[in-house]
Design a protein around this ligand. Structure first.
Ligand SMILES: Cc1cc2nc3c(=O)[nH]c(=O)nc-3n(C[C@H](O)[C@H](O)[C@H](O)COP(=O)(O)O)c2cc1C
Length: 185
């Protein structure tokens, strides 16, 4: 898609449902009591499964946690409220046993995580990316909780539910983060 500059850019973004979902995705940490049906959660799962995979190795595995399991996880981690209030959580893991593609599983998992977060936004759900991998204060507890064998890694957990907090969508591009042609300070 060719995106025009200035106001025209915002016009295109407002008309396009996919871009609207991407821009409206924000981190939600407080959720209402409203339940999210399993079929809706499965749509989010489908979005995660649709992510690309380096060399088509598809090492990503998903572990779905219901409210009961989320409550149990909340007892083991410091950041409790998303797991106490969210309706579903999906841990994004990678089976690296026999995997010969270096660290690309991290990219695969991240792509799946982001697909799921955007899917949540498109379905009117709030979501949170709970980071786990390589965080010494979280990873051992989560690994033990999920009963992960050696060689199965967990990148993070997507928590979803109906948002109990309102956050503004992102608008436009922060041009301080953009360079053209080559790096400049
Ligand atoms: C890799 C990664 C790990 C994150 N881990 C957490 C986390 O453990 N807990 C949390 O509350 N937010 C977590 N976040 C969410 C960020 O804090 C959030 O994306 C950032 O503050 C920007 O806010 P926004 O998502 O609303 O735009 C994580 C985000 C990413 C990309």
């Amino acid at each position: 898609m060719k995106v025009a500059k200035g106001n025209a850019t915002m016009g295109v973004l407002q008309m396009n449902e996919t871009l609207t979902s991407i821009l409206s995705r924000r981190s939600i940490r407080r959720f209402t009591d409203d339940s999210v049906c399993e079929s809706t959660m499965r749509l989010v799962l489908a979005a995660g499964s649709a992510a690309p995979s380096a060399c088509a190795q598809f090492p990503v595995r998903f572990i779905v946690l219901n409210r009961e399991r989320m409550a149990a996880l909340a007892e083991r981690v410091e950041q409790k409220s998303p797991f106490q209030q969210g309706q579903w959580a999906i841990a994004v893991c990678a089976d690296t046993r026999g995997y010969a593609n270096g660290l690309a599983w991290i990219e695969d998992c991240a792509a799946a995580m982001e697909n799921m977060q955007i899917a949540c936004a498109s379905l009117g759900l709030g979501s949170l990316w709970y980071g786990v991998y390589a965080r010494p204060a979280k990873e051992p507890q989560v690994r033990e909780f999920l009963k992960l064998p050696k060689g199965v890694e967990v990148l993070g957990i997507t928590v979803m539910g109906y948002a109990a907090e309102k956050k503004e969508p992102t608008s436009g591009v922060d041009m301080t983060r953009v360079r053209f042609g080559e790096w400049s300070e």
